[in-house]
Design a protein around this ligand. Structure first.
Ligand code: DAH
Length: 340
């Protein structure tokens, strides 16, 4: 009776072990057959009822069954481990014959590229680079630049209002005031940054664009310094043949004021579609800092003079690369951006 039961247990254990597919089931089977409350133990407990002749025979058989099951478990554990390793190796296999993945290298936006170039040129000429806030008070954006609330020049620079006295700056000229209030001459700075105007979007307008402001204040600064500085910049930017011209203009914060044009590099001044027949292309506004503006910042206009200029970064980038629509600069279309 017990003999048959033992043989049955062994057969059952072996058949269940052969179907076991993971470590957890394997452990459960070990407990089920060999554990303290396991099937083999249950049978051994009945040994007491056997005769003296039967006991050693069944005892021996029970030991053999235990050893057989133990070794079957060990073998199964080993083969499970091997199967798992084989599966992992297969899943993680690297096919060294496949072509490599090309790493995409990004690059700087054309606006940033040209800005960096301009920064280098100015740094080389002894300018410092300063930053100013994009959210600006009416005072720094207009008032202190000699543009009181009723000034008609404000009409061309409608902006976005946070409240009546706080706006998104329409021009980096605000940084002129902030700089002159904080630092005493000699001052030689540029200040690049974003500016805002509530203009409708078209090929040459955007509610957000970039300017670079320049300011030089010292004893004996003249219009000649302004012209010389800007001519040098334009030659660096557009080549040694670049020529500039100054046209009289009006800005409330400079006196005299000028608009500065660069000779059209496509037609060399003859007139062509790019320069609309003018021979020159308008690039920036500039002038000698108005005495009232200096005074307002606590700088004595009898002792010091200065020049200032403001140029549009987009315009320079568009001229440089022959881009006809400003919107292309903001669309982040890689087909466009990859060309620079
Ligand atoms: N702020 C002017 C604009 O946004 C540009 C400008 C003109 C800046 C004359 C200057 C300047 O510093 O002197 O159109």
């Amino acid at each position: 009776m017990l003999k048959e039961a033992l043989e049955k247990i062994e057969a059952l254990a072996k058949s269940e072990l052969s179907q076991c597919a993971d470590e957890k089931t394997l452990e459960d089977l070990r407990v089920k057959f060999l554990g303290k409350k396991g099937e083999l133990t249950a049978i051994l407990k009945q040994m007491g009822s056997l005769s003296a002749e039967e006991r050693p025979v069944i005892g021996q058989l029970a030991n053999k069954v235990r050893e057989d099951i133990e070794s079957a478990i060990t073998m199964r554990r080993q083969s499970l481990k091997e199967e798992l390793t084989a599966l992992r190796l297969k899943a993680e296999a690297i096919d060294v014959t496949l072509p490599g993945k090309k790493r995409e290298v990004g690059k700087l936006h054309p606006l940033t590229q040209v800005l960096n170039e301009l920064k280098d040129i100015f740094l080389g000429m002894g300018f410092d680079i300063v930053e100013g806030p994009e959210i600006e008070t009416d005072h720094y954006c207009f008032e202190a630049l000699n543009m009181p609330k009723t000034h008609p020049a404000r009409d061309t620079q409608d902006t976005f209002y946070i409240n009546e006295n706080v706006v998104l700056r329409t021009q980096t000229s605000s940084v002129q005031i902030r700089t002159m209030e904080k630092t005493k001459p000699p001052i030689r700075i540029i200040s690049p940054g974003r500016v805002y105007r509530s203009d409708a979007v078209d090929a040459t307008h955007s509610p957000l664009f970039h300017q670079i402001e320049g300011l030089v204040v010292d004893k004996g600064i003249t219009m000649g310094d302004l012209k010389g500085t800007l001519e040098t910049i334009m030659k660096r930017l557009y080549g040694e043949d670049a020529k500039i011209r100054l046209r009289p203009h009006h800005f409330p914060y400079t006196e005299p004021s000028a608009e500065i044009d660069v000779m059209c590099f496509k037609c060399q001044g003859k007139g062509c579609p790019l320069c609309k027949g003018e021979g020159y292309i308008e690039l920036l506004g500039a002038g000698m800092v108005h005495p009232k503006v200096l005074e307002g910042c606590g700088i004595d206009p009898e002792v010091y003079s200065g020049f200032a200029f403001g140029l549009g970064l987009e315009r320079i980038v568009m001229r440089r690369y022959g881009i006809s629509d400003m919107r292309l600069l903001y669309e982040n279309d890689l087909r466009f951006l990859e060309q620079f």
